[in-house]
Design a protein around this ligand. Sequence first.
Ligand SMILES: [Zn+2]
Length: 266
Amino acid sequence: MAGLSRRRLIGAGLAATGTALVAGGSAGPRPTTLPATVVTPVAGPPAGPTPSASPPPALPTLDRPVFTLEEYRRLVPGPPFPANAVALTIDDGPHPMWTPKVLRLLDRYHVPALFCLIGNQVLGHETVAKDIVAAGHHVANHTWSHPAKIAGYVPDRVQQEVDRAQDKIYDTTGKLPTIFRSPGGAVSPAVFAAAAKSRMVPINWTNDPRDWTRPGTRSITDRMLAANPGQILLCHDGGGDRAQTCAALATVIPALQARGYQFVAL
Ligand SMILES: [Zn+2]
């Protein structure tokens, strides 16, 4: 692994998740439709009589979020993940202090990650958001304002949270998220419907070290080291002082790599 460049590793991650998941280009308005390879679900609606004349179908509305890499791959076609794959997801940024620290750490260990961005955090920190994408990482939609009670919102309000973040992330980075992470993992029929309407797969996680509660570097480290292949790991670069998270990742990433785990970016 040491002989591989970061670009190759991240390229492998892109290949693993399907290059079509990353919207190309940074110019122009946000596309209203995605390439067919992006939006064709495994279990799509029955083929209609005039497929060429109709827009790509929306993703199916789910009744539970994705928790593991296997569940993700069942919904989003692509090559199987490596047997020892784990996915690192980093929420609540971008943050002008902590995101660059996390990016340096990921670069040092050639680890690709998924950054779940809050729209109103991208606002004012556009350069940080661009740096995430420029480093080859993926970005997801983590709502506009991170409402803790989103599961109780009426559908229109949920959709506004999703759409406003989607527009800001796309306008800033040129990437159109295909993954939605709800604040706190909270879900409701309206949340699932909004994600599906915006052609995003709702993703939760398998391994939560609760780093946002600042339980101590040791606690975060121990919980993350308990990760198993196929899991989606959660940590944070926003929402407060993330020194413990950064310190834990500096231990966890090389330790999991030494165990033979391969980080992939959703
Ligand atoms: Zn969050």
